[in-house]
Each structure stands twice: as C-alpha cells, then as structure tokens.
Design a protein around this ligand. Structure first.
Ligand code: ATP
Ligand code: MG
Length: 217
C-alpha cells in the first residue's frame, strides 16, 4: 500500500503517555500496511541528540530562557531537514514525540517568553515543512508527574515547580483552541486503550484525507 507522507506529532505534559501511545499507534498503522517512521524531540538526529543532552541536564541551572528556546529550535531545524522532510518525501507516516507546540507551551506559556518571537524562530526552523496533525494528550500535571515519579531522576524541565507545569498545560489547551484544525485534544487520564481508540479516530481521519490538518503558524 502506498500513501503520501504525513506527519503526526504527539504533545502533552510530562508523563501524559506520549511514548506509550506512539508505540501503540505505530503498531496499528504498521499492521494496516503503513510504513511508519518514529522519532522524538529534542533529538532524532546525532546533532539534535547532542543538543538534547544540553537541554535536559539538570546541571545547567544558568541556562537562560532565550538560550533554551534557540537550542530547541536548532535541534528541531536539524530534525526537519535530516529526518522529517526525507521521510515524508519517501511516503512514510512519521510519528514525532513532541514537536513545535512544546516550544510554545514550555518556553512561551511556561517561561513567559514572547510568543511571536517563538513563532518566528520556529517558522525558520520548520522551513518547507507544510501541514501536519497534532495529538494533544491532556491531563492535569500532578497526574503526569505522579506517573513518572521514582522512575528516573527528573530532567531540567521536569524539575520546574507545579505552577510552571500548570501554565504549560493551560498553554497547550490555548493552542488547541486557536488551531482546532491541526491540534486534536485527547483525554489522557483515561485507560491507555481508550486513549488509543480516540487517537486512532483522529489519526485515521487525517491519513484518509477526511481531516486536513494544518500548517504551523
Ligand atoms: N493512560 C494511562 N493511564 C495510566 N498510566 C499510564 C497511561 N499511559 C501511560 N501510562 C504510564 O505513565 C508513565 C508515563 O508514560 P509515557 O512515558 O508514555 O509518557 P510520556 O508522555 O512519554 O512522558 P515523558 O514526557 O516523561 O516522556 C509510564 O509508566 C506509562 O506506563
Ligand atoms: Mg516520553
């Protein structure tokens, strides 16, 4: 079966179930004959993974918000040119664990950086990317952080206080309200199988062309 390449990004607070649901979605799509490429942010290329280390290491307490935003955009630009554009040109369905909405939610709504400036640097980073679809896994931050408690040391962003994570969650919901064509909200507090059912509906609507998705703007 041959399909045009399409990008689906998964967003949401820490512990929302992004990695879990990407795994399940990839399985279902592959069983239906789609060729699936999975990747993640920050990361997904050699250079972007090196930037990831800088971004998440709790030792860099001095990192300014602007530096953080530019490093994310840099890692993203490399992922777009080295992985996303070629994979889409080759007709794959690309599932990406976090993408540009994370920058607006965390650096914009979470840290309070200028949203217009974030849009400008990310438009530059996404050069030529076109339309995509975004699944937003929504849940209260306490719940997400609770799920991953004790599993591993919290990274630099996970260590932020609860009010930061509340602003991130609210920011994501504002983005979903502003871009309803591209961003689809799923209740991530539900049982993983129910979450996956809802995701399947959105993903299949997008892949079959019933839903158009949208460009980053
Ligand atoms: N719907 C769910 N209900 C309860 N627990 C869940 C659900 N989905 C995932 N989990 C569990 O919550 C934890 C976090 O899930 P997962 O790693 O998929 O989230 P994530 O969004 O990728 O997190 P991170 O932002 O930290 O990468 C895992 O232990 C996972 O098994
Ligand atoms: Mg994850």
């Amino acid at each position: 079966m041959r399909h045009a390449g399409k990008l689906i990004t998964f967003e949401g607070p820490d512990g929302a179930g992004k990695t879990t649901q990407i795994q399940l979605t990839a399985q279902v799509l592959e069983e239906s004959g789609y060729s699936v490429v999975r990747t993640r942010e920050p990361g997904g290329t050699r250079l972007s993974e090196a930037i990831r280390q800088l971004l998440l290491d709790p030792c860099y307490k001095e990192m300014s918000g602007v530096t953080e935003a530019l490093l994310y955009a840099g890692a993203r630009a490399q992922l777009v040119s080295e992985v996303l554009l070629p994979a889409l040109a080759a007709g794959n369905v690309v599932l990406c664990d976090r993408f540009v909405d994370s920058s607006l939610a965390y650096q914009g709504y979470g840290r309070g950086l200028d949203l217009e400036m974030l849009r400008v640097i990310n438009t530059f980073a996404l050069h030529k990317l076109g339309t995509f679809c975004t699944v937003l896994l929504d849940l209260p931050p306490e719940e997400g952080l609770g799920r991953s408690a004790g599993v591993a040391e919290r990274d630099r962003l996970e260590q932020e206080n609860l009010s930061f994570h509340r602003r991130v969650r609210d920011g994501y919901l504002i983005l979903a309200r502003d871009y309803p064509g591209r961003i689809k909200v799923v209740n991530a507090s539900a049982d993983p199988r129910l979450v996956q059912e809802q995701i399947q509906e959105y993903v299949m609507a997008y892949l079959t062309g019933r839903d158009q998705g949208g460009a980053f703007e």
